[in-house]
Design a protein around this ligand. Structure first.
Ligand code: SAH
Ligand code: DHB
Ligand code: MG
Length: 232
């Protein structure tokens, strides 16, 4: 498809505008402090992939945590603890508030523990090492979770949603990352990862227990969260 110069200039201007809007939102509503920046620096130094959520997504998780009065949060897929810090900071002060984050890679988990320590959230945030599908059945005694954030490997996304439904209560919020994937989520899946995402979207959109939406807020509005509230 031919793109002439005027059109190219227009597209570049649009992209600059979107970036400027994002920077404006981040600086006004979701600035990173030293602990968040340090978590990213140590993750990068350890060679972890840079696939953490954005500051806007981190702040959205905090808004959602406040909306459901979250005291008990579950994350599936910790990476270096960046999203975990945003989530742990959304917990109210005092007593029995907790974030549990599941991570299959022990090297990632070591970075997470260090980042939680440096961010001062180790008292309330815990990483459990193992395959999420093995760990989830053991969480039933610690349920219900008020907020569940799904962000691990994509093929089992539908199973993670099923576990999230088992481990939550009416009024809980379930969020899954990477549910748009540049629009691939709306096409027939070409691999196991996309098949998982497409099936999660199908279920989260149609489950009568949920009211849900996809929100394009990441990667220049080409990826983002599926968000669902468990109905009363
Ligand atoms: N939520 C993180 C990013 C997570 S990236 C953030 O925004 O900061 C996905 C993570 O899931 C990786 O660290 C990967 O090791 C982990 N993971 C992949 N498969 C997993 C599984 N089966 N069980 C638990 N964790 C898994
Ligand atoms: C990938 C995984 C993620 O959770 C993400 O946010 C971005 C990319 C990936 O596996 O490529
Ligand atoms: Mg993700």
């Amino acid at each position: 498809m031919a793109t002439d110069n005027a059109e190219l200039t227009y597209l570049q201007q649009q992209q600059r505008t979107r970036h400027q809007i994002e920077e404006g939102i981040i600086s006004a509503f979701a600035p990173e402090d030293e602990a968040l920046r340090n978590a990213l620096t140590s993750a990068r130094a350890a060679g972890l992939p840079e696939i953490q959520i954005s500051p806007i997504q981190g702040k959205l998780l905090q808004v959602l945590a406040a909306a459901c009065n979250a005291r008990n949060i579950l994350e599936i897929g910790a990476l270096g603890g960046y999203s975990g810090i945003w989530l742990a900071r959304a917990l109210p002060a005092g007593g029995s508030r907790r974030l549990i984050t599941l991570e299959i890679n022990p090297e990632h988990a070591a970075i997470v523990r260090n980042s939680f320590e440096e961010a001062g959230v180790s008292d309330r945030a815990e990483v459990r090492v193992g395959k999420a599908l093995d760990l989830l059945p053991h969480l039933e005694s610690e349920a219900p979770f008020d907020l569940v954030f799904i962000d691990a490997d994509k093929p089992p996304y539908p199973q993670y949603l099923e576990w999230a439904l088992r481990l939550t209560r009416p009024g809980s919020i379930i969020v899954a990352d990477n549910c748009i994937r540049g629009g691939k989520a709306f096409l027939p899946p070409q691999d196991e990862a996309m098949a998982g995402i497409v099936e999660l979207n199908r279920r989260i959109a149609s489950d009568p227990r949920l009211v849900s939406l996809l929100l394009a807020i990441d990667d220049d509005y080409t990826d983002g969260f599926a968000i669902a509230v468990v109905k009363h």
